[in-house]
Ligand binder design. Sequence first.
Ligand code: ADP
Ligand code: MG
Length: 145
Amino acid sequence: MERTLVILKPDCVWRGLIGEVIKRFEDEKFNVIALRMLHLSAEEAGKFYAVHQGKEFYERLTEYMFGSPIVSMVLEGEKVILRIRELIGATDPKDAVSGTIRKKYALSGLMNVVHASDSLEAAREEIAFFFDEDAIFHYQRREGS
Ligand code: ADP
Ligand code: MG
């Protein structure tokens, strides 16, 4: 089963949207198999977003992502990497399709609620950035009471 790494960014936490966003994932039958609240240091934020080093928004991005509580999680499910990217929508909410999480909640192209891995390789690296294997769990969905 495929896994992806999702981060609920500071603007998600500040605005009390943690539950809303996780509910969207759970409603799509993706399992949350690891979950953690933390602060990134400036250095960690820079390292996590190292692929964007040199871009004009890099400084703003790392500044925004460090020192505020974020929630990182691993989601598991069929084609979860692609499907979560579809569910969250385009980076800038102006470009996002209606019904997507960013279209509904993002404040700007920077403060856009949620991060999700964009490839198998990124997912593997990003999961390892936040979680040891023994912090990742497995369970089956059971419907009803
Ligand atoms: P995504 O998060 O959709 O994968 P990118 O990987 O391109 O988007 O960028 C990483 C993050 O950097 C974005 O989610 C957003 O917070 C920020 N960002 C990207 N492009 C811009 C931009 N043009 N202006 C401000 N912030 C940006
Ligand atoms: Mg990206």
